[in-house]
Design a protein around this ligand. Sequence first.
Ligand code: 13P
Ligand code: ZN
Length: 285
Amino acid sequence: MLADVKILLEKARLGKYAVGAFNTVNLETTRAIIDTAKELSAPVIVEITERTFDYAGGRAIFQLVKNIAEFYAPEIPVGIHLDHGKSFEAVERAMDIGFTSVMYDGSRKVYVDNVMTTKKIVETAHSRGIVVQAELGNVPYLGEMQMENIEWEKYMTDPDQAVQFVKETDIDTLAVAIGNAHGFFRERSSPDYERLERIAKSVSIPLVLHGASDWNNGRVKEVIERGISCFNVDTAIQLAMIGGLREALTSETETDLRKVLGRGREYAKNTIKEKILAFGSAGKA
Ligand code: 13P
Ligand code: ZN
């Protein structure tokens, strides 16, 4: 059944576990996410990016996720969320499609501009009963910079500014930067746990961690204990699925596409299962 993302994450915050927000791109990844959540009785968030809107069609992918959640997993709370909306127009489009949870990512803008657009989106969203995530500091992407020489201080969330940002914008959840980065590659040698603790102590809304799908379970546990209530997971699912497809494609006699795609789905499910168990959300539906 469709669920309110804010309620899912508030429950996680109080219960000291994290909900997985898994990116979908098609039927296979959607079934992998929702079927695994159902098997583990876990609340889950299925998230979609603007790139996937372009690939699948925004309405098509939204309705696909909604129908699977409603018809095949009525007992599991499933949130549907726009991941990394980059403009007011993109977020508005998602709201018109039916999303009840959206992210506006103004993290590349200067602080005042991030505040201005986030605030405008929150006003519109809240008047429609929609929840908003925003990002402060910046979670970098693989390949966009020389990661070896990255000056992490420039990217990380300033705890004092976070307090001000939440107050000024009235957002529902906050994506933080503590040394995490999108994609699989060497990140900061250790996350800035102390910074996370300071943010969690002074901000009373759920905190979201992006770009950590390559983190080991030890790190995952450490940040949940210090206040992370949601993990965004994309690369780990895509790599697992591609691995399954690659293996299935080695048979030159296979003519059933469902068997090839099905192998990819199974691999994705295994990865999602590992993540949900590490996040501690199994059995929390
Ligand atoms: P990864 O691609 O590193 O899994 O990050 C996912 C993410 O942050 C999606 O918003
Ligand atoms: Zn992200």
